[in-house]
Design a protein around this ligand. Structure first.
Ligand code: ADP
Length: 249
């Protein structure tokens, strides 16, 4: 059976003053999977992410999301279609509680981007049930009444994921979700990503290869702006070109 591809790029290319940071990348992400984009520093991962979320316009190539050409769209339009980068449109307010932050994100989804609901406490209260479910889903129930600023680094990222989930994305792009985390937070965040992936597609850039190995259904390895290898972890980690790219980086 042909795989259901939710996101596909074809010949994706980005030049910065003649330098090709991303060069002819063809990538297919199957619906419902966790797909990792890895590669040594300077491989073009961040540029790829910025192209997918339309923060950057490609020099050449196309991007299709759910069978729709999104190459020319703006970031907000792409997010509206359900392709959302964590931390892109969700903001965490440090001096509001975990629950308040999630409630506001939920409110924002219903109202679009406007912030004119601040004082409407009654409306915000009505969202508490849904907000509590989300807080629980990211493992923050015990911290619902804590201010965001009081949370550990890992829990802050969990809150950011909760505020992103409040927007109900169909596909999530996670940019180094484990960056700067200690072991405990890494384990907790990995479990969270696994839970979140149950009814969503995830594409993540991640440096922690043991996390990539344990979470990813499929991995695309980039080097010097090009796709070097693709497959499951067992396959790509044995590929001599991948080993060389990492050692030579
Ligand atoms: P990665 O995320 O894999 O480390 P990047 O996408 O950040 O790689 O960068 C890929 C290459 O493109 C690097 O050589 C980087 O210096 C270059 N690059 C990225 N952004 C710009 C920019 N705005 N202008 C010029 N060069 C850039």
């Amino acid at each position: 059976m042909a795989q259901d591809i939710i996101l596909a790029t074809s010949g994706l290319t980005k030049e910065f003053k003649g330098f090709r940071a991303v060069s002819g990348v063809t990538l297919e992400v199957a619906r419902g999977t966790i797909h990792a984009l890895i590669g040594p520093n300077g491989a073009g991962k961040t540029t790829c992410f910025n192209l997918l979320t339309k923060f950057l316009q490609p020099t050449a190539g196309t991007i299709r999301y759910k069978d729709r050409d999104i190459t020319g769209l703006k970031p907000a339009d792409v997010a509206r279609l359900g392709l959302v980068r964590s931390f892109q449109i969700s903001a965490v307010f440090p001096h509001l509680t975990v629950l308040e932050n999630v409630r506001i994100a939920l409110q924002r989804r219903r109202r679009g981007d406007s912030f004119d609901f601040w004082r409407n406490e009654r409306v915000l209260r009505a969202l508490d049930g849904e907000a509590l479910d989300l807080v629980e889903a990211v493992g923050l129930s015990d911290f619902a009444g804590h201010q965001a600023v009081e949370l550990s680094y890992g829990r802050k990222r969990a809150l950011e994921i909760a505020t992103t989930l409040a927007l109900d994305p169909e596909m999530l792009l996670l940019d180094e979700p484990m960056a700067g985390m200690g072991h405990e937070d890494v384990d907790r965040t990995a479990a969270l990503i696994r839970r979140v992936s149950k009814d969503r597609t995830i594409l993540m850039v991640e440096h922690n290869l043991s996390v990539v190995a344990s979470l990813s259904d499929r991995i695309t390895v980039l080097a010097r702006g090009q796709v070097l290898a693709e497959g499951d972890y067992a396959t790509v980690s044995k590929d001599p070109r991948v080993v060389e790219a990492y050692i030579g980086a």
